[in-house]
Design a protein around this ligand. Sequence first.
Ligand code: ADP
Ligand code: MG
Length: 328
Amino acid sequence: PQTVERIAAGEVVERPASVVKELVENSIDADASRVTVAVENGGIDGISVRDDGYGMERDELERAVEKHTTSKIRDIDDLESGVATLGFRGEALHAIGAVSRLTITTRPRTGGEATELTVEGGEVTAVRPAGHPPGTTVEIEDLFYNVPARRKYLKQPSTEFDHVNTVATSYGLANPDVAVALEHEGRETFATTGSGDLQEAVMAVYGREVAEAMRSVSGDGLPEGPLDSVGGLVSHPETNRASREYLSTFVNGRYVTASVVREAIVDAYDTQLAPDRYPFAVLFLSVDPATVDVNVHPRKLEVRFADEDAVKDQVEAAVEQALLEEGL
Ligand code: ADP
Ligand code: MG
């Protein structure tokens, strides 16, 4: 593709973790009950995401990597209402293919043949019959091999892996009914069971100690504000011994970062007289998409709310309430 297109794709694909986010979302959208992420060298050299979802027919697969042809955005109202900030753009696979060597192997759940398609630097180089169980495997090699400026900005593999791990664990926790596993250099980092039980998922990801420090965020009696609901888990500062903070935020089911959520948790902790503790939280916010700021870049993880202070007050209240509750 043209340089300009590669640069555009490099903007939407920030780092290995953003690739993992898009692929895991696709697997979950495809009704997978099992999603396995495997990365090499922090994801810089290789990323693979395998699922047992509904898969694709050959023609669907060919359309999936084209530009803009598979968008779930129905009309311009969707764009204006902020859906775009939450990752419904229909161009992730196309963008990833433009800046890597991409192979997708897939077989429809309804039967039929498996197909493998390869893309190198944005060009489809092969489409052929293959062997694959029902579901889809997406493999990326050499991210940004053709965008040296981008590749240069990647951090150490261990840092890139931390980001990948954060995304994978977050999706594991957000979808306790899906068995999510992560492997780094062939070694399993974690694997949830997919039993549907959130506490069990927390245990699988972080171990018993963290699971036992968790309080359930119910959002009951949430003050009035932009958020329709707040749910999830937050660690109690007295029992949590984490050595670093760990926050996963989902807005309308999509993984994001939102600095206002972090501030709210830190403030709730201060109120609890535990300023030196690292918060550990997984929060699910639901909100009218129209109140999520669309000026932030659509593929970057950071989101802003139209009324940040009001969102902060609501999250802080929900977390304070949770810290008063009994353990799980
Ligand atoms: P979007 O998810 O926004 O539609 P993507 O570029 O991420 O855009 O994916 C394009 C299309 O490819 C999806 O709409 C879906 O039809 C198909 N697809 C992608 N990944 C999978 C998967 N793991 N299983 C089945 N279909 C998939
Ligand atoms: Mg997608």
